[in-house]
Design a binder for this molecule. Structure first.
Ligand SMILES: [Zn+2]
Length: 337
């Protein structure tokens, strides 16, 4: 019997493979039967003359560039083997240091197409490694919670980090700000993803609550409880949270609460958690929660503008789900009349 290897990551993600199903769709009042079918094409490709670079990433956790013996230009990644400036002189492979500076402010991707969905939010930047004359395209991340536009800019010193599981792809490496690393992490080469701790970043400090904050917090708790009941009554909202389970600790200057997403439901409790939370949502102004539920501000946008901080970068996906709830509840209420 053939081994199915279900536990091995797939080239095409599992969710791209639709269940066997059929349904009736109505067009101009006529019923039509529609069934799910699959049409996939697989192919393999070699990295050709760039194989040495990608094998260096995968097997040695090293970055190789290429250096011209005549003009001394160092190109990384080694996108040519002959120097175009020196009558196509044969260049030599050189090992590059794993540190450098960003050559521009990296744009950040928050909403990616499904192939990159598991990476968001990520920055796409270019780092000039020490001694290089060209810039290496690289993803950038922070160890300090969610990635925001305020962390990297042109000239920010960075360290290249290697993923523990590497395939020989550009995404085998990413960069983090040098300033976030302890001296021993800065000195270690290669620095692996597992050498970093992304689980409990230092939290931004909450200021003193004003009277407005206290009033807004009370209103937010009230509205969240209404939202929770609204989710129970809304097929759209239950669908938004289907199959998802998270315990979220919400902290504001005027008090905290706990949100529990449990496969289609949203529970709200005041005070602090008793079991370990999956992540922390921190907003100094509780008014943000009110603004979210009254359609004035999206939580995702509040992260991008720095009004909301979350402790775990990849939980942006959960924030995206939360953002849909007020509108889903509202639409289903309207549909009920
Ligand atoms: Zn040259």
């Amino acid at each position: 019997m053939a081994e199915t290897k279900r536990d091995v990551p797939r080239v095409i993600p599992e969710h791209f493979n639709p269940p066997v199903a059929s349904e009736v769709v109505e067009v101009d009042g006529h019923p039509y039967l529609q069934t799910n079918e699959g049409m996939f094409t697989f192919y393999k490709r070699t990295k050709g003359e760039f194989s040495a670079y990608f094998l260096g990433l995968r097997d040695e956790a090293k970055i190789y560039g290429i250096k011209c013996p005549q003009c001394g230009t160092v190109r990384v990644p080694p996108f040519a083997l002959m120097c175009p400036d020196c009558d196509f002189a044969q260049m030599e492979s050189v090992e590059m240091p794993d540190r450098g500076v960003m050559n521009s402010t990296p744009p950040i991707t928050y909403f990616a197409h499904s192939l990159f969905q598991s990476w968001v939010p990520f920055g796409r930047g270019r780092v000039v490694l020490d001694g290089a004359d060209t810039a290496l395209p690289i993803h950038v991340y922070t160890t300090q919670g969610v990635l925001t536009p305020f962390i990297f800019e042109k000239g920010t010193p960075v360290k290249v980090v290697f993923r523990d599981e590497r395939q020989g792809k550009p995404t085998d490496i990413f960069a983090v700000p040098m300033a976030e690393l302890a001296p021993e992490q800065q000195a270690k080469s290669p620095l692996l993803e597992s050498d970093l701790d992304f689980s409990e970043p230092p939290e931004p400090v909450l200021g003193e609550a004003t009277d407005e904050d206290r009033a807004a917090f009370a209103r937010a708790v009230e509205m969240l409880k209404e939202l929770s009941a609204g989710v129970d009554a809304s097929p759209r909202a239950r669908h938004n949270l289907a199959g998802w389970r998270r315990l979220i600790e919400v902290k504001t200057a005027a008090g905290g609460l706990v949100l529990k997403i449990d496969d289609g439901s949203l529970e709200v409790a005041e005070g602090r958690r008793t079991e370990p939370a999956d992540f922390v949502m921190l907003c100094a102004e509780p008014q943000l929660l009110v603004d979210w539920m009254t359609f004035k501000e999206a939580l995702t946008n509040a992260i991008i503008t720095g009004r909301l901080w979350i402790s775990i970068n990849r939980e942006f996906t959960t924030i995206f789900k939360l953002d849909r709830l007020p509108r889903s509840v509202h639409r289903d209420m309207q549909a009920r009349g």
